[in-house]
Design a protein. Structure first.
Ligand code: GLA
Length: 728
């Protein structure tokens, strides 16, 4: 049993293979967080000390005990306005205007497995999953908080969420409904968060947590390029391979907040969930609100140790079972090859070249529908533009399949151009403020996905295309942030619900399509990686990582992404040189090695390739197939530190059973008479012997891990190295 409750001490213990999480309802019913970290085998309530800190008042029933304060005790799910002055996890407005929430223990239940969530993505049950529900209640306002803990012992992950139920007889308005609150009584932390921008997503930034509040998040109606819903708290000395690290990943693709507060005594609180700004949700009597899930994990083995945990749970319990281990096709995408300028003839020419080089799928990107000659018109009109194409989509798809390739299509379902038949027929289907001109971005507006009629319309429109032609893959784009988040279908007092209802509508549409087309690969995309989150990964086994396809820029983007997400989810293509975003020239070999650390594909005009380049691409694809299982399923390690000041970056894939390892290194700054690049490998069996492919040389795992391996100096810009070791 990974979940235990000890009657005598009142302690709940949640155990995974290497971690322990403890909490306890005290004599007043306050649910105190006791501990999260390495397994201890003991009760951790001895860590709680009471003291009168002044200006930290006492609950009425304990007013004689000046040492007992909600403000100083570690809370499992903090209330609001009743004496804990730190960040609240929940805030609810009662009919009388009070915003106070005071939650006390009511009941608990433990079950095997986990019930699925309806309407939201969730972490799928594993063989050994168990669920604890602890119900807290504010009896004055009738708010119940059912704290859910799904324990994944093998993966060392605890998944939390909260179901808030109005059990009173008056309506309540939720103004904040976080998914989790984690209090760390002791310890000083650095926080790693992942900021960015279009064309440079998930840049890790590490900062010391100061006293007071630090918060990250997105109010863009999407998880965003700018701030990923994932943070890591680590001890100050933690490195890639050593030290305590805690991860907190929200499984959500809309507005989100990660708030941290270091209090008067140096304790740290982390609260995460739907962004409270602009959020409100009316709960009528008997109604419930389910928050998105949060994946918590802890590793004592540094950032790499933590990343491996997230990679594993995402690969096994988040990705749809259909695509968990299945190989993904090597694709060629038409975007950087042709942009909007194509017809079926040109696409078929691309397809013939692609087939010759060993590619497996052709993806027709933006521009095949409505009046879509450029980005001014057509979004919303998911009707094939046969005039532009010169044939029907079925004819094109049939010809592509006849060449032996699969076929994929681009959609941007949640968007509409004003210049579209859809918008002309249903202007109220777009999110716009009454009496105000809306913000326009890339000439487009956002559809109101909170409306069932909009979701239904999109479902049938997409099905019409997918039923008409054989289509194995959809690229699902989302090319602007959401502003004017006002629904013409909801009353004034419910406008605070629109942003979340929007996400529920999007998730519903994805769910319905996948029910109908279970073999479809949907690759997520949002101007590159603007919606790269565990919520989208539940539906999309891969997400286009960035619109920046420059291999040297991708080193940073893919590395940053790897802290939380496995490489098997990162859409990554070889593109042309000079690169279309930066103008940089990078050798084809290096572009191939960087794209291999992802779901591999090409994004270039194959008609522009020389014969030598085509030959090299053929070999790249063969090499990719050879290494794909190791890349997709092996343990991934970053071999260079974040701020190592190195002029190269390196990573590796190690088979779980220690039988093989692939090491890849790219020099980012070639120096005359420079130092040899050198890395120490990870994840090998120390006493085993490994042969380096292409040589007779063998090394012990211990030599490679402790002594490391160095690389020869190469001439020219951005050379890459690749080493493959097999156990002898
Ligand atoms: C976004 C995507 C690109 C491409 C274009 C098409 O920017 O990230 O890959 O699909 O849209 O308009």
């Amino acid at each position: 049993m990974s979940i235990q409750f000890h009657e005598s001490t009142g302690i709940f213990s949640l155990e995974t293979a290497h971690t322990l999480y403890q909490m306890k309802a005290d004599s007043t019913g306050v649910l105190l967080h006791l501990y999260y970290g390495k397994k201890t085998g003991g009760d951790m309530d001895y860590l709680i000390r009471l003291t009168d800190r002044g200006f930290s008042g006492n609950p009425y029933e304990l007013s004689g005990n000046r040492g007992y304060s909600l403000d100083t005790l570690p809370q499992e799910y903090s209330g609001n306005g009743v004496g804990d002055f730190r960040l609240p996890a929940v805030q609810a407005r009662s009919e009388n205007g009070s915003r106070s929430v005071d939650l006390r223990f009511k009941a608990y239940a433990v079950i095997k497995g986990r019930p699925p969530l309806s309407g939201l993505p969730f972490v799928r049950e594993a063989r050994d999953t168990e669920t604890l529900t602890v119900t807290l209640c504010d009896s004055v306002i009738g708010l119940e908080a059912q704290l859910q803990y799904h324990v994944f012992p093998t993966q060392d992950v605890i998944v939390r969420s909260v179901r808030l139920v109005n059990t009173g007889d008056r309506p309540l308005i939720l103004e904040k409904a976080a998914s989790a609150c984690v209090d760390f009584l002791y310890g000083q932390f650095d926080v790693l968060h992942f900021h960015g921008r279009h064309c440079m997503e998930r840049v890790p930034e590490r900062s010391a947590l100061p006293r007071g509040v630090m918060s990250f998040g997105s109010r863009r109606g999407m998880s965003s390029h700018h701030s990923n819903p994932f943070v890591i708290l680590c001890e100050k000395t933690a490195t890639e391979n050593a030290g305590d690290c805690y991860g907190c990943m929200l499984m959500y693709s809309g507005n989100h907040a990660e708030e941290m507060e270091v209090d008067q005594a140096g304790s740290t609180r982390l609260v995460t969930g739907i962004h409270p700004d602009g959020f409100s949700w009316t709960l009528a009597r008997g109604e419930a609100f389910q928050t998105p899930e949060v994946l918590l994990s802890y590793s004592e083995n540094g950032l790499n140790g933590l990343s491996c945990r997230y990679h594993e749970i995402i690969r096994r319990q988040v990705i749809r079972p259909r695509w968990q281990t299945a190989g993904r096709p090597v694709l060629i995408n038409s975007w950087e090859a042709a942009y909007f300028d194509f017809d079926a003839e040109k696409i078929l020419r691309f397809a013939r070249h692609a087939k010759e080089m060993g590619m497996e799928m052709l993806v027709l990107d933006d521009g095949w529908f409505g009046k879509r000659g450029d980005d001014h018109a057509g979004l919303g009109d998911w009707v094939v533009n046969e005039k532009k194409l010169g044939c029907s989509m079925r004819e094109l798809s049939d010809q592509i399949h006849a060449l032996g390739l699969q076929f994929g299509l681009w959609f941007e379902p949640e968007m509409v151009n004003e210049d579209s038949d859809l918008y002309r027929a249903h202007p109220d289907w777009a999110l716009t403020d009454p009496d105000r001109k809306p913000m326009v971005a890339r000439n487009q507006l956002v559809l109101d996905m909170s409306r069932q009629d909009v979701v239904d319309h999109l479902f049938y429109a997409l099905c019409a295309v997918l039923d008409h032609a054989k289509i194995e893959y959809v690229k699902w784009d989302f090319n602007r942030s959401v502003a004017n988040c006002y629904s013409h279908a909801l009353p004034a007092e419910r406008q605070g619900e629109v942003a979340h209802r929007f996400m529920l509508g999007t998730y519903q549409l994805l769910e319905r399509l996948l029910d109908r087309y279970p073999d479809l690969i949907i690759e997520g995309c949002s101007g590159g990686g603007g919606r790269f989150d565990a919520g989208m990964l539940y539906y999309c086994p891969q997400i286009w990582c960035s619109d920046d396809t420059d291999a040297i820029e991708r080193l940073e983007i893919q590395r940053g992404t790897s802290y939380g997400y496995p490489v098997s989810t990162m859409g990554s293509h070889v593109s042309a040189a000079p690169n279309h975003q930066t103008g940089r020239m990078v050798p084809l070999n290096t572009r191939g090695i960087v794209a291999q650390a992802g779901t591999f594909g090409y994004e270039l005009n194959p008609e522009m390739l020389s014969d030598e380049e085509k030959e090299e691409i053929k070999k790249q694809i063969e090499a990719y197939h050879r290494f794909a299982p190791l890349i997709a399923q092996g343990d991934y390690y970053r071999l260079t530190e974040l701020d190592g000041g190195k002029e190269y970056t390196a990573w590796m894939f190690a088979a779980r059973d220690g039988s093989k390892a692939l090491v890849q290194l790219v020099v980012t700054h070639t120096r005359a008479n420079g130092a040899f690049p050198h890395v120490r490998l990870q994840g090998l069996i120390p006493e085993a012997s490994y042969r380096l492919e292409g040589t007779d040389r063998t090394y012990t795992g211990a030599s490679l891990m402790y002594g490391g391996i160095s690389f020869p100096l190469k001439w020219g810009d951005y050379p890459a190295h690749q080493l493959y070791f097999t156990r002898t």
